[in-house]
Design a binder for this molecule. Structure first.
Ligand SMILES: [Mn+2]
Length: 359
């Protein structure tokens, strides 16, 4: 059984907290109004965005389980069914695609949603609920407009699960509670949004939060393998074909490869299996621009990666109406593969300049 601390030990900002690697400043970052709302709520809908990934699911699930540990009722909801990839998360079966009509919610916690519409169709099907019940908005997307009754938006947080971990510490819910389902859910979100602490969004606080969860028994290594280093054989064969065909020029500063419909047919791969190939191309040592051209029924999908200090990938993607981030962008080019490649390569060469003399 899990060792639950008695609720009498539930800590407030000025109470004596249990031993933790989290700092007082980490815990002060949790707005007191967020804590107050969650302390007093009796029946909470915890909802994340549609097309969910581990950070969204982990945050909504961990918060629901923690509220139950505190004696409240809670329903984790995601408008879409949970993808099979996340079946390893304990208690993931608790997710519903709609609020429980039998419950009378007095609080809605919206998690990892850059805007309220991200909760999906449930916003329309349960419009009255969303109008009537106060919303606590907990999110780390910079663009979040603060749609909640109470808002906690922290773009410095690597994951919404980082924020929820801090919140649960303040609420005094042990991370070992719910037979460790809370710790595992939060760790899955951290691993997902940081690519196992490799993305530059990882801060000292992210690592302190992770230390707390590993200390509670969350299987960091196993979760990382499940989320990032496990692939169907068919997908590995697809990667092999695309990687075998890598080309480069300008002393290796421009690298690219292609993925054709024939590659999918020959390996039996589905288009989603191309996920991750561009990140392997981006491992080319001298690469300043890595490109993957994917054939798509008369059009070409372009993926772009550039290293820290390299060209702005959004500038290249913008030529065809695409976008993304400075280090990772994409665009759809309304040309067949064979015509798109020379056009894009010419633009990319222009961004890189003429070889050794370039700065
Ligand atoms: Mn997230």
């Amino acid at each position: 059984m899990s060792e639950l601390r008695p609720l009498s030990q539930v800590v407030g900002p000025r109470a004596t907290a249990p031993p933790t690697s989290l700092t007082p400043a980490d815990l002060r970052a949790v707005p007191s109004e967020v804590v107050a709302r969650l302390r007093t709520a009796r029946c909470v809908l915890t909802i994340c965005h549609e097309n969910p990934e581990a950070d969204a699911l982990g945050a909504a699930l961990a918060l629901a389980l923690a509220l139950e540990v505190r004696g409240a009722r809670a329903t984790p909801v995601c408008a879409d069914p949970v993808p099979e990839l996340y079946a390893f998360m304990p208690a993931i079966e608790r997710f519903r695609t709609e609020p429980d009509p039998a419950l009378d919610y007095d609080l809605i916690a919206v998690l990892d949603c850059g805007e309220l519409e991200r909760v999906g169709p449930v916003l329309a099907t349960d419009a009255a609920l969303f109008r009537r019940v106060p919303i606590v908005n907990i999110d780390h997307h910079k663009s979040n407009p603060g749609f909640g009754t109470v808002n906690w938006v922290d773009p410095e947080a690597a994951a919404t699960c980082e924020m929820v971990t801090l919140l649960l510490q303040v609420l005094g819910v042990p991370f070992t509670a719910a037979e460790r389902a809370i710790a595992d859910a939060l760790m899955a979100g951290l691993v997902m949004d940081t690519a196992t602490f490799q993305h530059p969004n990882t801060t000292p606080r992210t690592l302190r939060v992770a230390a707390e969860l590993v200390g509670a028994g969350a299987p960091l290594s196993a979760i990382s393998r499940l989320l990032y280093r496990t692939k169907p054989d068919v997908q590995l064969r697809l990667f092999g074909r695309v990687l075998a065909r890598i080309e480069s020029e300008l002393d290796g500063r421009l690298v690219w490869s292609t993925l054709t419909l024939e590659d999918l047919a020959a390996t039996g791969a589905v288009p989603a299996f191309s996920e991750g190939i561009i990140d392997l191309l981006a491992q080319a040592k001298a690469g300043q621009i890595a490109l993957l051209f994917k054939e798509q029924n008369g059009e070409t999908r372009l993926s772009i990666r550039t290293p820290d200090g390299g060209p702005d990938a959004t500038l290249l993607a913008a030529r065809w109406g695409g976008g993304g981030h400075a280090r990772a962008s994409g665009a759809t080019i309304r040309l067949p593969l064979g015509e798109a490649i020379p056009v894009v390569l010419a633009e990319a060469r222009g961004m890189l300049g003429p070889g050794e003399s370039a700065t």
